[in-house]
Design a protein around this ligand. Structure first.
Ligand code: UFG
Length: 315
């Protein structure tokens, strides 16, 4: 297929672009390079430097078969401080993008949604019918776009898939996580053996979990990417589908530290700090719907995620 990938210079977008190219698709990356890196875009893709807000002329007459929309602001803390950035960048940008998709009559879209749309549900694992109740502007912005896609798919006839990612990690060779501001657990933990941090701060050990630290569902970025390819192939005109993507298994912060110690052979000193605002106790995905409807089967475990992220940091 002839595809557009927004945010293809970012972490997940660049990995999925490499998988799409391997599968024989032709890819145009649209990225404003505000947080992404031009050198993260695979050579075989065409890169157009442009905000999603201004994408219409790229799509018009381009004969594209689909759009995968990764470009977004995605820091929960920043979204609380500066919600305007999230409404303008994520919601207004996506609105303009999907208006351009409609105008250019592109038949299918795949959107990067998030576990943050669910907020703090008291059920585990989380299925797609759990009512979405986001607790921060980042989650609000992504849920607004999911709702737009539901309305647009029904009324305008294109096929749309929202993939709600849980905690993504790992890397593919030289495509990996390179955020200027790193808030995520795995890269921060690995910064200790890499020598750029002295110790890891554990945000809260008084949660209602077996070891007191938060539990998350970690998914390898390559398994995540596979779901995008399957979603593209199975898209149905006029339908909006939502799938949770996780491994179905939760790991505590302490278990992630243990995995990183095993992978790197470094003691990785840790210091417990107060809880981080807005962190739910447990977020584990039920991915049964993605398994049964997309035929998706994640292959990689926590140790693979940590090992591949570590290999990427040592390139
Ligand atoms: N954590 C630490 N120390 C750190 C970094 C994180 O203890 O230095 C803890 C957090 O408090 C949390 C867990 O590790 O308990 C995971 O934190 P991450 O920042 O790696 O990931 P989150 O679960 O906060 O974020 C993920 C996605 C977001 C999404 C959010 C929804 O990365 O995009 O889930 O809640 F919005």
């Amino acid at each position: 297929m002839k595809l557009v990938v927004t945010g293809g210079a970012g972490y997940i977008g660049s990995v999925v672009t490499s998988q799409l190219l391997d599968a024989g698709h032709e890819v145009t990356v649209v990225d404003d390079l505000s947080t992404g890196h031009a050198d993260a875009v695979p050579q075989a893709a065409n890169l157009i430097e442009c905000r999603v807000h201004d994408i219409a002329p790229v799509l018009k007459g381009g004969g594209f078969d689909g759009v995968l929309h990764f470009a977004a602001k995605s820091l929960v803390g920043e979204s609380v401080e500066k919600p305007q950035l999230y409404w303008e960048n994520n919601v207004v940008g996506s609105y303009r993008l999907f208006e351009a998709v409609r105008d250019a009559q592109i038949p299918r879209v795949v959107f990067s949604s998030t576990a943050a749309t669910y907020g703090e549900p008291d059920v585990s694992p989380i299925t797609e019918d759990v009512p979405p109740r986001p607790i921060n502007p980042y989650g609000h912005s992504k849920l607004a776009i999911d709702m737009l896609l539901s309305d647009y798919a029904k009324a305008y006839g294109f096929g749309a898939t929202s993939l709600r990612y849980f905690n993504v990690g790992g890397a593919r060779d030289h495509f990996g996580e390179r955020h200027a501001v790193e808030t995520h657990l795995i890269p921060n933990v690995l910064a200790v053996p890499a020598g750029t941090r002295e110790k890891i701060f554990v945000f809260g050990d008084d949660y209602d979990t077996p070891d007191g630290t938060c539990i998350r569902d970690y998914l390898h970025v390559l398994d995540l990417g596979e779901a995008h390819l399957l979603a593209l192939d199975s898209s149905e005109p006029g339908q909006h589908r939502i799938f949770n993507l996780g491994s179905g298994q939760g790991y505590s912060v302490m278990e992630v530290l243990d995995s990183a110690r095993a992978v790197t052979g470094h003691p990785i000193p840790a210091q417990v700090k107060p809880r981080r605002a807005g962190d739910p106790t447990t977020l584990v995905a039920s991915s049964e719907k993605a398994k049964s409807q997309l035929g998706w089967a994640p292959q990689r475990k926590l140790n693979d995620i940590v090992a591949d992220a570590w290999a990427f940091m040592n390139l």
